[in-house]
Ligand binder design. Sequence first.
Ligand code: ADP
Length: 630
Amino acid sequence: MIKSLLIANRGEIACRVIRTARRLGIRTVAVYSGADAKALHVRMADEAVHIGPSPARESYLVGEKIIEAAKETGAEAIHPGYGFLSENAEFAETVIKAGLIWVGPKPGSILAMGLKDAAKKLMADAGVPVTPGYLGENQDAKHLKKEADAIGYPVLIKAVAGGGGKGMRRVDDAKGFDDALESAKREAASAFGDDRVLIEKYILSPRHVEVQVFGDSHGNVVHLFERDCSLQRRHQKVIEEAPAPGMDAETREAVCGAAVRAAQAVNYEGAGTIEFIADASDGLKPDRIWFMEMNTRLQVEHPVTEEITGQDLVEWQLRVASGEKLPKTQDELSIDGWAMEARLYAEDPAKGFLPSVGRLALLDFPESATRIETGVEEGDAISPYYDPMIAKLVATGADRTDAMMGLAAALFGLRVWPVKTNAAFLLSCLQDPDFQSGNVTTGLIGDRGDALAAAPVAGENEWRLAAMQSFAPYFAGSQDARAGPWTQNLGFRMNADDEVRITLEHAGERRTIDLEACADASGFSAPFGDGALVFKDAQPFLFTPPRFGGGGEHGIHDGEIEAPMPGKVTAVDVAAGDKVEKGQRLLTLEAMKMEHGLLAPFDGRVTDLAATMGLQVTEGQILVKVEPDE
Ligand code: ADP
C-alpha cells in the first residue's frame, strides 16, 4: 500500500480523500491556491503546499507545480479528485513519467474515452448498445443533413470533442437542421478547437442512468450497480440516487453487464462511470438504454453507491493504485437499501441561480443520520474562483421513501447565512409529485418553469416567530429582564395595558407585532447579530430591529453601497456629487465571470465615490455612498 498521497484538488473531494487516506495510515499532502490558504482541506492534511494564485488555471490546473509539490514533499502518489486535471491524459502521463503513482486509469483509457465518436465506435464494437445515430466520418453539411433525415427528428447534434453540454443542439425538424449545425460547429470550434460533430436520435422521456465500474491491474472488472441522476438543471445534476427507481432485475443485468464490457474494452483500472441514456416513456427496458459516455474518474455522486454497497470507493482506488486486487468480487457485492444525494450550492435560485459568494457566518448541518460531505466550516468563505458547492447531503434509508424523507429532514434542519443557497429549491424538487413517484426525466425541472425555483416568502407566522426570538433573550433568568429591551433595543414598546410590542424589519418592510399574538407561531428560529433568523421550507429570513434610513436590502446601509462579493470594478457610471435616481446604475462589478450592476437604493446624491475602474474589491467593501434627497 502507498504510504503518502498528494491530493491535486480542493474542497469537499480533497477532504473526502484525506479522510480515507488517514484511516488507511497514509500521509496526506494538500495543495492550495491563494484563496484556499486557510481552507479545510489544507487544515486537514498532514502537509500542504502553496501552488499559485487563486485562479484555477494558475494553480490547480498547472500540472508541473503539482508534480513539483509531490517531489518536494516526498509524496508517492497523486489523487486527482474530479474536475481540474482528473481526466487529462497528458497530465496522467507526466505523473507516471515522473515516477509517481497515478490514482486513476491508464492514460490510454482516458484518451480512448475522450472523444465521443471514437468512444461510441469502440463501445459498439464491444457489444455495448449505443444511441442510434451517425458518427460523422463525412462532415459535409449536406451529407450530415441526409443522415439526420434518415435517423428521423428530433435529433441531437453533438460536438465529438464535447463536454459540459457545449456544441450540443436539439433539432426538431428538417427545416431547423442547417442553422443548428452551423451554430453547433461554431460553438465547438471555439470551445474545443475541433468543429466535428456527430448526430444522435434525440431520446424523448430521457432518463440518466449510470453504472459505477471498477477495474484493477490484474484484469478484474466489476460493477457496483447503477445510479439515477435524471434530476438535472441545464444538464447539471441536482439530486442523485441509487439504485434507480423502477429498475427491474433484467434491465439491471443488461445495463450493468454492458458497463462491465465497456470498461473491459479499454482495459480499465480504477474507478469509472459509464453513463447511459434511457428512453423511459414506457419504464426502464433492457433494449431502451444506450451508452452515452464514460467518465474516467471518481464522480461527485459516488457516495450514494458507497451507501448502498457498504464500500469505500476511495479505499478501492488507493488499493488498486497500489497494485492490489479489487477488494470484492462481483458475487460479493449487493445492494442494501436506498441512498439519495443533494448538491447544496451557494447560489440564489430566485436570481437565475447566480452564485452567492462570501463568508459563511452561519453554517450548521442538522444532527441527523445524514452523511455530509463538505470542504468548508462555519466562518469559511465561498470564493468566486471555484465551483460554489457548499456540501453534498447524503441520506440513506431502507427504501426510496425513507431516503427521500431523510434528505428532506436534512434540508429542513440546515442553517446557512448570509450566503444564499439552493436548499429551498432542493426541497421543492423533493416535494414534486413526479419526483416522489420516481417518474423523473432530465426535463422535469425545465418543464416546471420557475415553479421550483420560486423563493418562499415570509408570512405572518415568520414575523411572529421573529418577534418571539427577538424577545427571548430578555426572559432568560435575570430579575430585571424586562428592563433589558428598553435600554438595548429600539424596537420594543410597552403601552398602558402592559402589552409588549416589537417592531422589526424584513425585506424592506417594517411591522409592529404584539407579542401576545405570537404564542401560536411555529417553526425554527435563531438569533443572528441583533436580529432573528427564521426558517421556512429550508429558506432563511433575517428580521432586524428597525434601522434608520430603512433598507434591509443586502449590501445597502444608509446609502452605503458595498461590494456584494469579491470582484473587479469594470465600469463607474457616476461621479461624486452627481444626482441619481432610485434604480440608476452606479457602477458595474465583474465577479464569478458575470457582471453585476450596483444600483442607487433611492433618489439622492453621490457623496463619496471610492470605486475606480479596474479596482479589485473584497466582499463588504464600501464602494459608493448615496445621500437621500431631503
Ligand atoms: P456533455 O459531455 O457535453 O455533457 P453528454 O453527451 O454527456 O454531453 O450529454 C449531456 C446531457 O444531454 C445528458 O445528461 C442528457 O440529459 C442529454 N442527452 C445526451 N444525449 C441525448 C440524446 N441522444 N437524447 C436526449 N438527451 C440527450
